[in-house]
Write a protein that binds this ligand. Structure first.
Ligand SMILES: Cc1ncc(COP(=O)(O)O)c(C=O)c1O
Length: 367
């Protein structure tokens, strides 16, 4: 049996007519950048999330960059986040001349540990960037309380957690701005790159709309430096079709996750934990296992693809060497990154595949 870690083709085939029609409509319109399709998608996303402004851009990475540009942080200003994330979260800080300051993660949720934030705050700290890793939200109430106390902005990295809720409220509405990725494998994925910044702040929204088009207020009138980061009309049209299915897909992911957990709970792996205040969206179903390398190789021989998110925490990556961190600085991130393994996870994953994966994991552990 072959089990892929994700499958983007099955979903396309199910929606082929709708998606092909939406793409054709854009092709016939001759408007390929921003335009009506983007406006419509921004409006439906704002309604879906329950927020005033949704601003499409070219990727999740750009969404984070635009959000950080919108606040006029100054070089060497410090931004707090975790080393247990995809590189983009931290990369954009460095590209903007900002200083990432890491805080370790909670060992159960894998999101930033709020109890360790305050000790890292200095007079240069300007923002906290919680990452809702694997599809569940960081513990936002204490984070927001600390932010309020120290006058910091909260920029949510929601790339992996579209549709996730925290105490009944959707991700992207929990801080000052939320950033989304529509990378094809995300829970709501385009057929290319795409991203979005969401906020209730009218002024920041207006600035974001200008920043994504070279800081232009109107054509050829540039108020400040921006970047070129627009959402393609074709991607917006595709996303508009897919958005109405998102909640159903997230529910199916939760069902797949529940089945994995039921089948694996008495074995020698750590299954994902969902905090009681969260509804998880399982962008990844990530277990921890001591003998990860051998298990991954074994599963490969059985036709089962897996992923590692992420094998090296960012404080130990060569690109961030100049930050001066060393091994041992973030023990939870280091321990977790040495043991995490993401199992096949997508809404259409057949139940027999889930059984097969769980059975092979148990076979490996029993050997
Ligand atoms: C946590 C996180 N942040 C940021 C990004 C960047 O998004 P993109 O690949 O759309 O630039 C991703 C996705 O790849 C991500 O998983």
């Amino acid at each position: 049996m072959q089990v892929q870690q994700m499958d983007l083709v099955t979903q396309y085939k199910q929606l082929k007519t709708e998606i092909d029609d939406a793409i054709q409509k854009v092709l016939d319109s001759g408007h390929f950048i921003l335009g009506e399709a983007v406006k419509e998608f921004e409006q439906t996303m704002a309604n879906y999330i329950g927020i005033k402004h949704a601003i499409g851009c070219a990727s999740g990475t750009d969404a984070l960059q635009l959000a950080m540009m919108a606040y006029d942080f100054q070089p060497q200003d410090e931004i707090i986040s975790t080393p247990m994330t995809f590189v983009a979260t931290i990369e954009v800080m460095k590209l903007l001349g900002l200083k990432p300051v890491f805080v370790d993660i909670d060992p159960k949720t894998y999101c930033i540990d709020p109890a360790q934030i305050e000790e890292k705050i200095t007079e240069k700290t300007k923002a906290i960037v919680p990452v809702h890793l694997y599809g569940q939200c960081a513990d936002m109430d204490p984070i927001n309380e600390i932010a309020r106390k120290h006058n910091l902005k909260v920029i949510e990295d929601c790339a992996q957690a579209i549709g996730a809720t925290y105490k009944g409220r959707k991700s992207c509405t929990l801080g000052d701005v939320g950033c989304l990725s529509f990378f094809p494998s995300k829970n709501l994925g385009a057929y290319g790159d795409g991203g979005m910044v969401l906020t209730n702040d009218d002024q920041i929204a207006q600035k974001l709309r200008m920043l994504r088009v070279h800081g232009a207020e109107s054509k050829y009138r540039h108020i400040f430096l921006g970047i070129n980061s627009r959402l393609d009309s074709i991607q917006a049209a595709i996303l508009n079709v897919k958005l109405k299915y998102l909640d159903g897909w997230n529910e199916k992911r939760r069902q797949v996750a529940a089945k994995y957990t039921e089948l694996l709970k008495d074995s020698d792996v750590i299954v994902p934990y969902t905090a009681p205040y969260n509804v998880h969206t399982y962008h990844q179903y990530t277990i921890q296992v001591k003998d990860r390398k051998r298990l991954q190789e074994y599963l490969k021989t059985k036709g089962i693809a897996t992923g590692i998110h992420y094998p090296v925490p960012l404080h130990l990556q060569p690109a961030f060497k100049k930050l001066g961190y060393k091994e041992g600085d973030f023990p939870v991130s280091e321990q977790v990154s040495s043991q995490v393994l993401s199992l096949p996870m997508y809404p259409e994953l057949p139940e027999e595949h889930v059984h097969y994966v769980a059975m092979e994991i148990k076979n490996f552990l029993a050997a």
